[in-house]
Design a protein around this ligand. Structure first.
Ligand SMILES: [Zn+2]
Length: 282
């Protein structure tokens, strides 16, 4: 089981590969700390949340519910440190068609990228990172779990948690992603107090979600569409994947999700806009 930092709220969704459990904190947006990942270009610091109790890494799950009909689609670019041989053998962990569809539909999105993925697909990582339609956030270097018993993922030791995150940022910079965001998504969504404490020095805001797309290993695009359209509320964060081999129906689903949500009056935003709106919450 996932050990939760705080009492879970009613939102606690599980799928075969993903988990999200709510917390009851009321975070406040603050300027990014000085320890945020350095940017090559002068730009306003991305919004982050104030540290949680005892200075722990803050956790963000969704934006304000009363701040307009906004929704953030997020795409995890998973790749574990040990999957290089499978990529070399032809397995595709990338999904250029999905990225092209998001561009064609003009859908802003946040890509939670592993450092290993950026190294495997440097041209795509750079292209996504330099496109103002997207923002690149951190999904760890190796996609190892930060808690025990997280969907069978190998586990990163407590001593290496911080360096695993920093190694991903280093990989992003090396391939030419100019301004990765100070947001981190735990592999599998699994975290506990120990993990939040270990990442405090990095200055990241942990980003979970409130809508599980259910696209991992799903071949039925309609099932993903229904789950997302049924689940989205104003301020929602939707978790999907941009790894072709592990999320074969996602691109087809997105082509229906986008017009469906737009018909309901939703506007697509990046995670940074939702986090920035937290400070404006009435
Ligand atoms: Zn992942």
């Amino acid at each position: 089981m996932i050990t939760l930092l705080r009492r879970a709220t009613a939102v606690c969704a599980l799928s075969a590969a993903l988990a999200a459990c709510g917390t009851d904190r009321s975070p406040q947006a603050v300027p990014a700390p000085v320890s945020a990942p350095p940017s090559r270009l002068p730009a306003p610091a991305p919004p982050t949340l104030a540290p949680g109790p005892a200075g722990l890494t803050p956790v963000f799950e969704h934006g304000p519910r009363t701040h307009g009909r906004t929704v953030a689609l997020t795409f995890d670019a998973d790749m574990t440190a040990g999957q290089g041989a499978r990529a070399a053998a032809g397995e595709r962990f990338d999904h250029p068609r999905l990225i092209a569809t998001l561009r064609a539909l003009r859908v802003p999105a946040t890509v939670f990228m592993t450092g290993r993925w950026a190294e495997q697909y440097p041209d795509q990582a750079r292209s996504i990172g330099r496109d103002p339609l997207f923002e690149v956030a951190n999904h760890s270097y190796s996609h190892y779990a930060f808690t025990p018993d997280c969907y069978g993922l190998p586990t990163v030791s407590e001593e290496r948690m911080r360096s695993d995150v920093e190694r991903a940022y280093a990989a992003f910079r090396r391939v030419g992603v100019p301004e990765p965001m100070p947001y981190f998504r735990f592999p599998g969504g699994c975290y506990d107090r120990r993990a939040l404490r270990a990442l405090t020095p990095t200055g990241v805001t942990a980003v979970q979600w409130d809508v599980v797309g259910g696209d991992a290993f799903q071949t039925d695009a309609d099932a993903v569409v229904r789950q997302v359209l049924d689940g989205v509320r104003p301020g929602s964060v939707v978790v999907l994947h941009c790894t072709r081999s592990a999320a074969p129906a996602t691109e087809r689903a997105v082509r229906a999700i986008v017009p469906g949500l737009r018909r309901e009056g939703f506007r697509f935003v990046k995670v940074s806009e939702l986090i920035g709106a937290v400070g404006d919450r009435p």
